[in-house]
Design a protein around this ligand. Structure first.
Ligand code: FAD
Length: 322
């Protein structure tokens, strides 16, 4: 009874969730009394394998196929390795990539899949917990199957830190090029790449509460006054009001500033996934029941159109007329 976890990398770097998968996978492997094996596909596989060699990992399989994520390469490779290792549990990240390939693999292998998992108890049967309705409800599923798969939410398990002595094995995956369906020609960062919100110490983050694009200068003035960087929730990016590289959250960037000021942001679970690591969280929201107040250190329950101009004046700036 073993666990197989699929590591994730992007643009030459392993993502944090790869090391969280090791922690989750080791706990599960201990419950099952078996091995934790990892596979890393594409990119600098040898360098990645060295980094992934953390305590508790038994074998790291490297698959030297392409540089960036390719759906067909991942599905074919994981299916082959799954057939070879016959693991009880298959762990994958609940990321954009993970959610791309996990359903395809589990459908093909005909095994149950639970996505966006925040806790795992027992090994077989396993209790899998996930949140629903924007984090208002937690649901636990009992999976009593010979084999199963889960995708884990980032930042729910600790990062595996201490180095290990895993065996590293290069795997010669048998990729059927005709069945790939897509070719990855390169990677292009979405516009506005001048600002890296993950580097900012103070973020002024705006959400749907701003109502209209014409009102953005108000929060831009606050960011200028506080010498902060402007970020946002996803609807602002979806509306095309700010570029994608300003988006905080599950499908945006994970940020860990000293101060995060969430203005007119409700605190949906997908947003919180990207900012809960901030040192101090300040919320401005007129709804006292907004979920953002569950994690805010300080809050102002009021209309942002009244509060933000006052803050700008208080810190020596000038509020624009909007
Ligand atoms: P809303 O939820 O509409 O909240 C607006 C808030 O503004 C409300 O709480 C309201 O009380 C407050 N408000 C309104 N007017 C005022 C006012 N005048 N003064 C003060 N407060 C006011 N979201 C992300 O942010 N990042 C992601 O990466 C992300 N990824 C996602 C991935 C997937 C697969 C899915 C399904 C969703 C994702 N989402 C993401 C969307 C997420 O579920 C929410 O829809 C989104 O975060 C809501 O954004 P919001 O808080 O700005 O808007």
């Amino acid at each position: 009874m073993s666990v197989l976890a699929v590591a994730e990398h992007r643009r030459g770097d392993l993502r944090d969730v790869s090391f969280e998968l090791i922690s989750a996978g080791r706990e599960l492997a201990d419950e099952l009394g078996g091995e934790l094996n990892l596979v890393v596909i594409g990119g600098d596989v040898d360098g990645f394998a060295d980094d992934l060699n953390r305590d508790g990992v038994d074998t790291i399989y490297t698959v030297d196929e392409g540089e960036e994520f390719n759906h067909g390469v991942y599905t074919q490779t994981v299916e082959q390795l799954h057939a070879e290792l016959d693991p009880t549990a298959l762990l994958m990240p609940n990321s954009v990539n993970g959610l791309d390939y996990a359903p395809a693999i589990t459908e093909s292998l005909d095994i149950p899949l639970v996505t966006d998992t925040i806790a795992l108890e027992g090994g077989q049967p396993v209790e899998v917990t996930r949140e629903q309705y924007g984090g208002k409800v937690e649901t636990t599923y009992d999976i009593d199957a010979d084999q199963y798969a889960v995708t884990i939410r980032s930042a729910e398990w600790p990062t595996a830190e201490s180095s290990g002595d895993a065996a590293i094995e290069a795997l010669d995956a048998d990729i059927d090029e005709d069945a790939l369906g897509t070719t990855v020609n390169g990677f292009e960062e979405v516009g506005g790449g001048d600002v890296d919100i993950t580097e900012a110490n103070v973020l002024v983050s705006i959400g749907r509460g701003i109502e209209e694009e014409e009102n953005l200068p108000l929060v831009e003035a606050l960011a200028d006054t506080l010498d902060a960087t402007l970020s946002s929730s996803r609807p602002i990016v979806d509306n095309g009001w700010l570029p994608k590289n300003r988006q905080v959250g599950q499908s945006g960037k994970v940020v860990t500033p000293d101060v995060y000021i969430a203005i007119g942001i409700s605190g949906a679970v997908q947003h919180v996934a990207g900012m809960k690591g901030a040192e101090t969280i300040i919320a401005i929201n007129k709804d006292p029941n907004a979920p953002i107040y569950d994690l805010a250190d300080y809050g102002i329950v009021d209309d942002l159109f009244d509060v933000v101009p006052e803050l700008i004046e208080e810190f020596g700036g000038e509020a624009p007329d909007i």
